[in-house]
Design a protein around this ligand. Structure first.
Ligand code: ZN
Length: 158
């Protein structure tokens, strides 16, 4: 169920455990850890803008954002605001996830979506009737404040 823990940007926050087996209940596994290379992405997400990166060498867009192009390995990549339009590629409804904070959130939809700009992204689909989900259905980006520092891009039916 690891794929459900992250939106594909950065790494999930790694929780810590106390000594002697005492679990630190505030540990969360859904939050990425912004660093200097992804900070513009998180700053934009807080402003409800969804950023991807485009390569100036080969012209292709990619997501999650990396400091180099995954298609041609050029490091001549630049931020670009995405349209926020996507279509549903595949999904699964997750009914059990024991890692905080997911037990409070199940069931939820872990999905892979095709962004209009081309990249395929792992995300969640929210505000939907599970039974209504269809391959290729149009989606629109939305933003979910996960904590004081991190706002996660998610998608909902367009
Ligand atoms: Zn490239």
């Amino acid at each position: 169920m690891g794929e459900a823990r992250s939106t594909g940007v950065g790494n999930p926050g790694v929780g810590s455990r106390g000594v002697g087996g005492t679990r630190v209940t505030s540990a969360r596994f859904d939050l990425p850890t912004p660093d200097t290379s992804t900070r513009p992405f998180w700053d934009a997400a807080r402003d409800s803008r969804f950023l991807i990166k485009r390569c100036r060498a080969c012209g292709r867009a990619h997501y999650y954002p990396r400091p180099f192009c995954p298609h041609c390995w050029s490091d001549d990549v630049a931020w670009e605001e995405a349209s926020g339009r996507a279509s549903l590629y595949t999904w699964s409804v997750v009914h059990q996830n024991d890692l905080p904070p997911w037990p409070d959130r199940v069931p939820y939809v872990a999905a892979v979506v095709d962004l209009e700009e081309g990249p395929r992204a792992m995300t969640n689909v929210v505000d939907c009737d599970f039974e209504s989900l269809r391959v290729d259905m149009p989606l629109r980006v939305a933003f979910r404040a996960a904590d004081y520092d991190v706002t996660l891009p998610v998608f909902r039916p367009a």
